[in-house]
Design a protein around this ligand. Structure first.
Ligand code: G3I
Length: 360
């Protein structure tokens, strides 16, 4: 009788050990990028897609602590026609972020490509109206989400694609470069707690452009404009040298601003920065290429950790995080594999490379 009881309790203990082993293995498996990172990791999302796609939602919950809207929070989505704001998708994003304890990043208040046609037409005829609209729009929008949107890309892509000059957009042509300082001031008035970013692309590779942006930041700071962050999109290509990226990031960090790698992806092919301007160098992807991409992702995470002081580490955001959904292919008319998840939503070597760069 006693032997049976002993055997029974041994069996129970063994079962318990087995059970605990399974559970801890499961939770080990479920660890995502966020669990390896000391700073926020984010992804760009389209809210209607996320709410319908549980696989995408699972990737978000597993890996990210921050989200950015790919398009839902742009001016053309919020103010599609005169006199009518359309808040439904932004409201939905705010609710989603709050429900799931995710930081919501607001992209973007002023962007030439995000300006709706009616604003362009009216603003072209009437600069005074355009200046008033800029103020009202930003104050209504940022005020509505005060305390709910952690930070904003106040101005996106205000510099020319190449070189160090201001981009000659409607905003610049009608209001002068002051539109940038004013946009920051209006946003700060509406939510003094929100972090306010200037965001642009190719800053990691185009030194003239980076210098132009750094000069603008110096001027904004000298004028007490409430800028607190610099976003570098980081739409990288495999052949952009790591040393150049590192040197550029070091210069960005020297501003003392929070630094956001705001739209990270890494392509194999190339393009001329214009819609449809892709050049297909590789028609398929090999395991060797995927391994090289993994090393590049690892290096990006390392450069961020090594060059950006901890107090300035706002985070790294992926711009689309699956090769199924990447904007690169339709935009440049290419077939590429720039993200960390493949077309079947399986993590790629790039995922594990990035994860290694976060923690080693
Ligand atoms: O919402 C409509 C949908 O109703 C319609 O059925 C569909 C058919 O074309 O279009 C949908 O809108 C598209 C929208 O993305 C949402 O998917 C627009 O046509 C399309 O032009 C828009 O493209 C976005 C683009 O910005 C312009 O806003 C891309 O997804 C987005 O990745 C891209 O993001 C930019 C950043 O904001 C700034 N940096 C560069 C980056 C890549 O271009």
């Amino acid at each position: 009788m006693q032997k049976t009881a002993e055997a029974y309790s041994k069996l129970m203990i063994l079962s318990l050990i087995f059970f605990i082993g399974c559970v801890s293995e499961q939770s080990e498996e479920k660890k995502g990028l966020k669990d390896f990172s000391s700073f926020p990791i984010g992804g760009a999302v389209e809210i209607r897609q996320v709410l319908q796609d549980t696989a995408l939602e699972a990737i978000i919950f597993e890996n990210f602590t921050s989200i950015t809207a790919t398009s839902d929070m742009k001016m053309y989505a919020i103010a599609p026609e005169e006199g009518n704001y359309k808040w439904d998708r932004a409201d939905s994003l705010v609710a989603f972020s709050q429900r799931n304890d995710l930081r919501l990043f607001g992209h973007t208040l002023v962007w030439h490509s995000g300006t709706p046609r009616w604003v362009f037409q009216k603003g072209t005829e009437d600069s005074l109206w355009l200046g008033d609209f800029l103020k009202t729009y930003i104050q209504d929008y940022v005020g509505r989400y005060k305390g709910k949107v952690a930070a904003w890309d106040v101005v996106n892509e205000g510099f020319d694609t190449q070189g160090g000059e201001y981009r000659k957009t409607l905003w610049y042509n009608k209001l002068g470069k002051e539109y940038i300082a004013n946009a920051f001031r209006y946003a700060h008035e509406a939510d003094p707690e929100a972090d306010l970013f200037y965001n642009d692309f190719n800053l990691e590779r185009d030194t003239a452009k980076l210098n132009g942006v750094l000069k603008m930041i110096e001027e904004l700071k000298a004028d007490d404009v409430p800028i607190t962050g610099l976003g570098v999109q980081m739409h990288l290509r495999m052949d952009i040298p790591d040393s150049l990226i590192r040197e550029s990031v070091r210069k960005m960090a020297a501003t003392g601003l929070k630094i956001h790698f705001s739209e990270l992806d890494i392509i194999f092919n190339t393009h001329d920065d214009t819609r449809g301007g892709g050049e297909q160098l590789y028609s398929s992807v090999t395991p060797k290429m995927l391994e090289q991409q993994a090393q590049k992702y690892e290096m990006v995470a390392k450069i961020y950790r090594e060059e950006v002081p901890v107090s300035q580490q706002f985070g790294i955001t992926f711009w689309d995080f699956t090769d199924r959904d990447t904007w690169i292919n339709p935009f440049f008319d290419l077939k590429d594999w720039p993200t960390i998840y493949d077309e079947k939503l399986e993590p790629k070597p790039a995922y594990f490379g990035f994860r290694k760069g976060l923690s080693e």
